[in-house]
Write a protein that binds this ligand. Sequence first.
Ligand code: FES
Length: 66
Amino acid sequence: MNCPDYLVCVCMGVMYSDIYAFLLESDSPSFDSVKNCLQVATGCNSCVDEVHAIVADVLRIKKINV
Ligand code: FES
């Protein structure tokens, strides 16, 4: 992770590092999996776009490292 940690989902108190680590360790990383497991994007939904962006970044990283 090359950027400073920050709070992504204010409603659920989930940090960027929590989402990033979950997705890296997941066998099937996706928006739905992170939503179901970390409860992000289950409140006001203002973090939805950011969570999608993090998922896309991690998928790109995992593809590169296959
Ligand atoms: S900030 Fe994530 S649901 Fe509100």
